[in-house]
Each structure stands twice: as C-alpha cells, then as structure tokens.
Design a protein around this ligand. Structure first.
Ligand code: GRF
Length: 184
C-alpha cells in the first residue's frame, strides 16, 4: 500500500515525533517543521533522512508553502509538542487545501486547555487524567475530539508523574490514530 504523506510540527524533544516515525504503518513522515531551530527533535528527523525546516520566515504559513513546494502536499499536519499558536490564515489555508490538522493535548478536554495541565489537574483534585487527540481549529485546544485516553490519578502523584504517564500513552495511541486518519 502506498504510504500517505504527513508533516509533523514540533518545538521540543521530538519524542512524539520519534514514536510517529517508528510506529505509523500507513502515514509516512515526509517533512518536519520546528518552531525552534535548537529543538532536539530536528536531529532525529535528520538522522532518519527526513527533510526538516525550522521557522525562518515571519509567517508559519510562508514556511508551510515552502515545504509543500519542495515535498508535496501532506494529507495531515500533525502537531507533536508544537508550542506556538497557529494563526488563522494557516488554519484556513490547510482546510481550504484538504489538509487535516491534528493535535494531542495533555489533558482530558474540555478540562485544562493551555499550559501546565498536569499541575492544574492535581490542583483541581482530578481523580482521572489523560490526553485528548483533536482536530485543530482557530480556538486553542478546542477542536472536535477524535480520541481520549484516561487513567486514575493516585495519592502522591506529582505533575511529572502525570506528564510521564500521559506521554507513554500518547506515544502508543497517537500513531494509531494518525494511521486511521491517513487511511480514511
Ligand atoms: C505531548 O505530551 C503533547 O501532549 C504536548 O507535548 C508533548 C509532546 O512533546 N503538547 P515531545 O514530543 O515530548 O517534545
């Protein structure tokens, strides 16, 4: 079966990117974009012979168009720890061109949009925590939900423990969901 091209957007470690590259069977990472030229995840792309670009135009849309002109149009743009807010012109461009935008957010949306989700879950006394894979819209962490996975919060859990518990699960589930979107 012909693999379906996707781009992955990162800002940090690229551990989620690594899981996507290694676990997706249908989707194929054709390009990686980083908001931060020093993001360690960029090196992982290079090591896997995947073309990458870090933000160098003022506009992420200009960068996306440059990627598309070199690599072709992806079916999906996957946000994997991408920490910048995407502007509306970028989101409109994607949907106008049949590019699906998907994100994983480390909370059980609609709870805890934005940052510091693990500590906020603890502060709120949540007894379950998890992550949400959703379509990206112009409202931050607000798009239609595709999948969620949850686990119990135990006495004594710290924000770091919750973060690790989320990441372990995301790295299994996100590639599966990306493949199911790619095949649809
Ligand atoms: C994930 O936990 C995701 O929910 C959040 O960033 C993390 C991925 O970043 N948005 P990385 O792959 O560890 O850099």
């Amino acid at each position: 079966m012909e693999r379906i091209p996707i781009f992955v957007f990162i800002s940090g470690t690229g551990k989620t990117l690594e899981a996507i590259i290694n676990s997706c069977k249908v989707a194929c990472v054709q390009g990686v974009y980083s908001s931060d030229p020093t993001a360690p995840g960029l090196q992982y792309a290079v090591d896997n012979n995947i073309r990458s670009l870090s933000a160098h135009n003022k506009s992420v849309l200009t960068d996306l168009k440059a990627m598309i002109s070199h690599l072709g149009k992806p079916k999906i743009i996957v946000l994997a720890g991408y920490m910048k807010i995407l502007p509306i012109d970028f989101i409109d461009y994607c949907y106008d061109n049949d590019i699906i935008l998907v994100n994983t957010h480390p909370s059980l949306l609609p709870k805890h949009r934005g940052l510091n989700t693990h500590q906020r879950a603890l502060d709120a006394g949540d007894t379950i925590h998890g992550f949400t894979i959703h379509l990206v819209t112009e409202i931050l962490d607000h798009g239609p939900i595709i999948a969620q996975e949850s686990f119990n919060v135990c006495d004594g859990d710290t924000a770091t423990m919750l973060e690790n518990a989320v990441k372990i699960r995301e790295r299994i589930k996100y590639p599966m969901i990306i493949d199911s979107i790619a095949i649809s």
